[in-house]
Design a protein around this ligand. Structure first.
Ligand code: PEP
Ligand code: MG
Length: 874
């Protein structure tokens, strides 16, 4: 019989895949002899089984849950539903990778009409017992049965009004009894006459199912996609004896980190609330006290807490994020995990741990999530602009960075505005996990309530989005979409700016500046460079991008999209002229106008590269991106070409394609108009020779022919390239080395890679087109329907962002193998967007590519991901 349920004392930290992070760590802490309220974990495999069995928990699993429950009752000397001293439990999710706030939790489970009396007797505090029961009914109804929270809130308000009181805490035991009766009626009405379940075992099984179900709630799905967490992992469920932080002034609850999760600074960091339940801290409804103040409130507990915190950090050799509860002076740990942290903190902590002799540089490199480096490269405020800015308020610096944008008050509005291209600041009373998409769309997040560990803060830090939280000075009217702060009124669409590093809030749109990276970042990157096997190049089309990428560690250019060199408003007419030419003479004249620009840019880029290699991709303009549509553009072009606007319009209509992405682009242009390839070859070779003369760099141009699907097609264009290169070198009296290669971005090219490799010195996988053509859907339009594919669990992630290793990856691996078979010296790289995605980089490492190429800001990410792939393989 399979084992589906583990007591905490039966597990350990290595069982994370089976027990989830929370379960594995509760087991580990139990083994370490720490004060853990005991309990058991229903495994992630049971979750998978639940889904595979048509969302049912089998008898076998239920049997094991009840056996564990019987053990827990004996261990505690308390029984479920007891009239004297009932056992109460919490039921909480816990996946392999932590997903804070994304899934469901139920507290106080086990209370019913009978056990609440027993609980009142045992605690000697009937008010407390009834309050716990009404909270449980509310939470169970909401989380397990999906009865809206608002139904219950309305009743609380009614009872408070009737009793003439202001705060929940002013309600008496009798008032709470009345609430319980009314809550149960709400439940019954919403559940078509079904009574609130009185059998704690029924409550438990329903709660376990609800947690399993919450693995697939929309916000968890979005979170998984953002964090590359596979949908088939499932979540474990932890059933743990309740302890109470809300039993008076010697009770409390808190969350703390062993180091600062924003900056990485050494020293305990966290907050707590006296006389509160855990959810009060995490939900950010009351603003908590700094953890160090616990030393004054409950000195003994603080001492013990610090000793355990240090022990845990030493044990896990990493910064810990811990939840604890003090029940009438007795300290309990409810969980520990490796804490989520900002990228600057991750780097600081990794370097400090190396210096403290706790981890090796290899481990340090693996401790930093490659994607998170994005945060380091995020903007800060322009110092002068910031000085001139008007501070209108300040609050907790919850997630660093600078952001300026228009205020929006709901996640939907934020998302919509973002999609329209606006910069958005999301302003909320407090954020809840449902807001995740809006938070993702926002440049910055401002909340009225909540501490540093509130949902908004944790999620924003994870996303690297600037966040200022807990700004109590704000007078907000969410429904009317307006707020007041620092004597100013703001409505939807007004600009504000946030500094997530200082917590300051500014009026207006303050200019932001590019990020610069500090010393420890360089240290991590140097370690990464020692371990990685893959080279990292950049996709850059301008001298500025090239400079930038070189600063970020690019070892050359892997893709220069030459058509992008003409995006500039005063250049685009020239390329349009070339596209619209209908005779060789007119086209050559147009090309002659293009050459000087192209050559000057190549020279500037060669210089910026200071001898590093550059792969120049020949023109590949999908026509719909380049043909003019604006009447003013058409008129200007007509004037320039000595034609009438009607004639230009007619030429444009002639060029219309039904599927421009599969149209007259890539090498097909050079096959039809070899003069284009000639012009580009001339520009490349002349630029290389001149830069060699001027600067002494030995430049070996890499000429890349795009969208090849057939060896003879490549050979045709290559012949033009070679003939022109020879001609130019002869004219110049200077001979240089150069290479000709191709992109593999059409499935047929991958399938015939052995043949194509006979004509190519290198392959660069254009996985944008290769993905488009392998899936058979447009890279520009897929966004419209991919959402349905995520919600229907057909795809988990965007194949244009994360390489589809199962399908497209097979083509890449096969082409690499076939190509090297006929041409053992073939150099292999990737230049599709996937070159900067960590999981795709790992794949490229595994199949033995020589390099990845990605946009400049992702170069550090690729360097780190490449190192992590190499270390992991070892
Ligand atoms: C590709 O297709 O992956 C590629 C890099 O080329 P482009 O994006 O310019 O089509
Ligand atoms: Mg392409």
């Amino acid at each position: 019989m399979a084992k589906w349920v583990y007591l905490f004392k039966e597990g350990n930290a290595d069982m994370r895949n089976l027990l989830g992070g929370k379960g594995a760590n509760l087991a580990e802490m139990t083994n370490l002899g720490l004060p853990i309220p005991q309990g058991f974990t229903v495994t992630t495999e049971a979750c998978t089984d639940y889904y595979n069995s048509g969302k049912k928990i089998t008898e076998e699993i239920q049997g094991q849950i009840f056996d564990a429950l019987a053990w827990l009752e004996a261990e505690n000397g308390r029984k479920f539903g007891d009239t004297e001293n009932p056992l109460l439990v919490s039921v909480r999710s816990g996946a392999r990778a932590s997903m804070p706030g994304m899934m469901d939790t139920i507290l106080n489970l086990g209370l019913n009409d009978v056990s609440v009396e027993g609980f009142a007797k045992k605690t000697g505090n009937p008010r407390f017992a009834y309050d716990s029961y009404r909270r449980f009914i509310q939470m169970f109804s909401d989380v397990v049965m999906e009865v809206p929270k608002s139904f219950f809130e309305k009743i609380i308000d009614e009872v408070k009004t009737a009793k003439g009181v202001h705060y929940d805490t002013e309600l008496t035991a009798d008032d709470l009894k009345e609430l319980i009766a009314r809550f149960k009626q709400v439940y019954k009405d919403a559940m078509n006459g079904e009574e609130f379940p009185q059998d704690p075992k029924v409550q438990l099984m329903d709660a376990v199912k609800a947690v399993f179900r919450s693995w697939d709630n929309p916000r968890a799905i979005v979170y998984r996609r953002m964090n590359d967490i596979p949908g088939d992992w499932g979540t474990a469920v932890n059933v743990q004896t309740m302890v109470f932080g809300n039993m008076g002034d010697t009770s409390g609850t808190g969350v703390a980190f062993t180091r600062n999760p924003s900056t990485g600074a050494r020293g305990i960091y966290g907050e707590y609330l006296i006389n509160a339940q855990g959810e009060d801290v995490v939900a950010g409804v009351r603003t908590p006290q700094p953890i160090t103040k616990l030393a004054e409130d409950l000195p003994e507990c603080y001492k013990e807490f610090m000793a355990i915190a240090n022990k845990l950090e030493d044990h896990y050799r990493d910064m810990q994020d811990m939840e604890f509860t003090i029940q009438e002076g007795k300290l309990y740990f409810l969980q520990t995990r490796n804490g989520k942290r900002t990228a600057p903190a991750a780097i600081q902590i990794a370097c400090d741990l190396v210096d403290e002799g706790k981890i090796t540089p290899e481990e340090a490199v693996c401790r930093i999530e490659a994607k998170s480096l994005d945060q380091l490269l995020h903007p800060t405020f322009d110092t002068a602009a910031l000085k001139a800015g008007e501070v209108i308020g300040s609050a907790l610096p919850a997630s660093p960075g600078a952001a300026a944008g228009k205020v929006y008050f709901t996640a939907e509005d934020a998302k919509e505005a973002h999609e329209k291209g606006e910069r958005v600041i999301l302003v909320r009373l407090e954020t809840s996990p449902e807001d995740i998409e809006g938070m993702h769309a926002a440049e910055g997040i401002l909340t009225v309530r909540g501490g540093m560990t509130s949902h908004a803060a944790v999620v924003a830090r994870g996303m690297g989005t600037c966040c200022v939280s807990g700004c109590g000075e704000i007078k907000i009217d969410e429904a009317a979409k307006k707020f007041e702060l620092g004597g100013h009124a703001f409505t939807e669409g007004d600009y504000i700016s946030l500094d997530g590093t200082t917590g300051k809030i500014y009026k207006g749109d303050i200019k932001t500046m590019e990020a610069s990276v500090g010393g420890n970042f360089g240290r991590i990157m140097r370690w990464a460079d020692q371990f990685r096997k893959l080279q990292v190049r950049t996709n850059a089309d301008t001298p500025i991008d090239t400079e930038n990428a070189v600063k970020l560690g690019a070892e050359g250019i892997g893709l220069c999209r030459t058509e992008h060199m003409f995006f500039d408003p005063d250049r685009i007419p020239k390329i349009r002229k070339m596209i619209l030419s209908d005779s060789v003479e007119v086209r050559e004249a147009a090309l002659n106008e293009l050459i000087p620009f192209q050559k000057a840019d190549f020279k500037a880029m060669y210089k910026a590269l200071r001898g590093r290699p550059m792969t120049v991709r020949y023109l590949d303009p999908p026509l719909h991106e380049f043909v003019p549509t604006d009447p003013a553009d058409i008129k200007a072009l007509a004037d320039d070409m000595g034609l009438t606007p009607e004639q230009v319009k007619a030429k444009c209509d002639d060029l219309h394609e039904f599927n421009p992405m599969m149209g007259h682009r890539g090498c097909r242009l050079a096959v039809t108009y070899p003069e284009i390839a000639k012009m580009q070859t001339r520009a490349i070779i002349e630029a290389a020779i001149e830069v060699k003369e001027e600067m002494g760099y030995d430049i070996v141009p890499e000429i890349m022919i795009p969208l090849v699907g057939e060896k003879k097609e490549l050979k045709f264009v290559k012949d033009v390239v070679i003939a022109t290169a020879e001609e130019v070198m002869k004219e110049k009296g200077e001979y240089i080395n150069y290479h000709v290669g191709t992109m593999i971005e059409i499935p047929r090219a991958a399938l015939t890679a052995d043949k194509i490799a006979e004509e190519a010195e290198f392959f660069s996988f254009g996985t944008n087109d290769l993905t488009q053509m392998t899936f058979g859907f447009s890279r520009d339009d897929a966004g419209k329907f991919l959402q349905s594919y995520y919600s229907n669990k057909i795809y988990e992630s965007d194949p244009f962002a994360k390489l589809d290793q199962e399908g497209v990856g097979q083509l890449v691996a096969m082409a690499a193998k076939k190509g090297r078979k006929t041409n053992p010296n073939l150099k292999l790289g990737i230049c599709g967007e996937h070159g900067g995605d960590p999981s795709s980089v790992e794949f490229c490492h595994k199949i033995g590519l020589n390099y990845v190429s990605c946009s400049p800001y992702r170069v550090p990410i690729a360097r780190l991901a490449a190192a992590q792939a190499a270390i992991k393989q070892k």
